[in-house]
Design a protein around this ligand. Structure first.
Ligand code: UD1
Length: 419
């Protein structure tokens, strides 16, 4: 198991390029299950979760080839409709195989997901919606077993919560279903629009993605396509924090501000100077830093995937910040580790009260507990006095492409080492 060794206290400055988005690439890769012809995807990041997804696709008969960031997939005929536990257990998004398999093959056997240990993370919204579309689902020995002998049919679906995964699941399933599907209270994350763009490129009839109501008119078949995955807004934002947290500045190119407005708003409130131009954003440490309150919310609200990283930043700013987590229970697992590094953060229910203090962090050995928590520990390590070792970085490798090289290129001293 690798760990990161970080020599803190260096000022990070310079320009880095954002990678393709993990959270956009995963559903797009699963959507290739819908189509028998060759699909070519650009800007697919080299990450552990992507490898798992490609293995899941190969497991049902897909021919997959990869050159750099371009991946080609061809699934002329399925040899299986199963997503086995051994692959699914590491990645909750594997449940996204269910809808496409049911839509194309009328049957599926998908292990119940594992993934990050953040809260209970049920999939009831996915299952209820697929049942409304005519799927018969049962749970058998840890697997969701689905059948729809007469095929899926369009339905009017009202989500009780705008789940990102469930919205993607139903967009994919409905693309090949008979008739019209309407999703109300749909998630509006930019990754949903990116999936919509890909499905349309394959010939799907979808409108309204990016709004709370998505309309999908099923078509009998989809065709091959070439498509580029959007930039990773979570990685980009993490890199934007790396400059200012060390008193420096970072410019991230290959990104736009419009899908990160809530994050950039909090960043500005905390005293960071944010500038942007066509295809780039820059964040520079301001003259003084301040506390800033925020609450995680579905898009366009503040993203839960950037809660831990912003908290790491606010803990070393001047003043008190109140951070509320409303999307996932149990998503403050980074707090005890940040506290061990010297932060003053008190969790009360779903709220963390951060008593910010410049210079609070001291290097020590800390344990990554989930993907985004790991990133917060790395950010704290960059500004800590002395050496920080972040263990269990396999969590980071699920979602950040060569983070150590990107941070090193900005002047950080971050080295990957084997245990
Ligand atoms: C996606 C992202 C993840 C991000 C999350 C919220 C991917 C691969 N992952 O996860 O990084 O943190 O969006 O922005 O894109 N819920 C239910 N029942 C369901 C589905 C969800 O109760 O059927 C709950 C979950 O337990 C959670 C909340 O809804 O508390 C949000 O889940 P959801 O929006 O579905 O997130 P994911 O798609 O899993």
């Amino acid at each position: 198991m690798d760990y990161f060794e970080i020599e803190g206290g260096r000022r990070l400055s310079g320009t880095v390029t954002a990678s393709g988005s993990k959270n956009a690439a995963l559903p797009i890769l699963f959507a290739t299950l819908l189509c028998p012809a060759k699909v070519r995807l650009r800007k697919v990041p080299r990450l552990h979760d992507i490898k798992t997804t490609l293995s899941l696709l190969e497991g049902v008969g897909a021919r997959v080839s990869r050159e750099g960031e371009t991946v080609e997939i061809e699934l002329a005929k399925l040899s299986s409709t199963e997503a086995p536990y051994d692959l699914v257990r590491t990645m909750r998004a594997s449940v996204l195989m269910l809808g496409p398999l049911l839509a194309r093959e009328k049957s599926a056997r998908v292990s119940l997901p594992g993934g990050c240990a953040i809260g209970s993370r049920p999939v009831d919204i996915h299952l209820t919606a697929l049942e409304q579309m005519g799927a018969e689902l049962k749970l058998e020995a840890g697997y969701i077993v689905g059948n729809c002998p007469r095929g899926l049919r369009g339905a009017e679906i009202n989500f009780r919560f705008p789940s990102v995964g469930a919205t993607q699941q139903i967009m994919m399933a409905a693309s090949l279903a008979a008739g019209r599907t309407v999703i109300r209270n749909a998630a509006r994350e930019p990754e949903i629009e990116n999936l919509g763009g890909f499905l349309r490129a394959m010939g799907a009839k979808i409108s309204g993605d990016g709004t709370a109501e998505i309309v999908i008119d099923g078509v009998p078949a989809l065709s091959g396509a070439e498509f580029e995955v959007m930039f990773d807004r979570i990685e980009a934002a993490t890199l934007l924090l790396a400059g200012p947290i060390t008193g420096g500045s970072t410019r991230v190119q290959g990104m736009e501000t419009d899908c990160l407005e809530a994050f950039l708003g909090v960043l500005r409130k905390s005293g960071v100077a944010v500038n942007s131009g066509e295809g780039w954003v820059e964040a520079a440490a301001g003259a003084a830093s301040h506390g800033a309150d925020f609450e995680t919310q579905p898009h366009p609200g503040y993203p839960t995937d950037l809660q831990a990283q912003m908290m790491a930043f606010l803990a070393q700013a001047n003043g008190i910040s109140r951070v509320s987590e409303t999307i996932f229970e149990n998503r403050f697992m980074h707090v005890p580790e940040l506290v061990r590094m010297g932060a003053d953060i008190r969790v009360e229910g779903g709220q963390a009260v951060v008593h910010g203090k410049p210079g609070c962090y001291q290097g020590t050995t800390v344990m990554a507990t989930d993907l985004r928590a790991s990133a917060s520990l790395v950010l704290a390590g960059l500004v800590a006095k002395g050496t920080t070792r972040v263990r269990r970085i396999y969590h980071l490798d699920r979602g950040y492409e060569s983070l150590e090289s990107k941070l090193s290129s900005l002047g950080g001293a971050v080295v990957r080492k084997p245990e």
